[in-house]
Design a protein around this ligand. Sequence first.
Ligand code: ASP
Length: 336
Amino acid sequence: MSTDSKPIVYLLGTGGTIATQGANRMDGTEYGTAGIRAPIQEMLDRVPEAADFAQVKAEQFINVASTGIELDHWLALAKRINQIFSEEPEVAGVAVTHGTATLEETAYFLNLTVKSRKPVVVTGAMRPPTAMGTDADVNLLNAIQTAASPESVGRGVVTVLNNEIQAARHVTKTNTYRVETFKSGEFGFLGYADSDHRVVYYQSPSRRHTYESEFSVDGLTELPRVEIAYSTAGGDGLPVRLFAEAGVSGIVSAALAPGASHPDQMDALETVTKAGIPVVIAAHVGSGRVILTEGNMERGYIAGDNLSPKKARILLMLALTVTRDRGEIQRMFDTY
Ligand code: ASP
């Protein structure tokens, strides 16, 4: 196949380590300070092998560290991807480069708001392109390879780093520096993008996503403010009370497993729930369900299932764009 007959893939650059220039080949920690980030076209030019998989259209969406990703960026990114798929039906898929710090959050937001079965693949890097042993080039290549692959159709938004394809709903960063930082816990990888040019899947996520999602960013100009209250021994209800005073639209309790908090924090959560602020209970241990127990029901809480608190925050924000009804929001947490 000539390059012209390859699938068309958009490559949207948002910044992150994958684009950041270090001071020298040993700079694996300080490179973010100067904040010098290469344009997406320059990153693509480093990987001529991408032409084996796709005709790539590089587009600089933004160029920031992912610690600087804003909710407005999510809305604009979802809208841009939806626009690409609706206005350019010949496009096979979209790859997004992103910093790893909030990569899983952006991926899950897109998983709930992109309206297409076509592949959307988010990638990043743990070592900048200037560092010895960088993973920037291979991750970029694998993201394009995965976005171009018909095997990826209908699987929702996925992430690809370290050759491993993972579901946006399950994936989380687990290590500060290692290239194998992204894991999906008990659920494992969906598949691999390997150097034999194949994209191989072994499973698909079963929760609703993308083309089946009831959430829409069309016409949305902002997201409701939802904050996370972290539970610890002795962690009283202060954060919950302060969030409520500040006028948040919803609160996620990052609870002690399996879903409780310090008694004072429990009282504060109950008080704000009675005042009409939806509260989702999510556990911060990294795996396992928060169950809709009788106690949770009586207090009016929403059980966050096995979503991490940060992903529960995203789902609650989107849920609140549609409803404030507790039963409806619980259905959404049981569905997505
Ligand atoms: N600080 C970087 C960011 O999130 C980390 C990375 O990309 O790995 O943008």
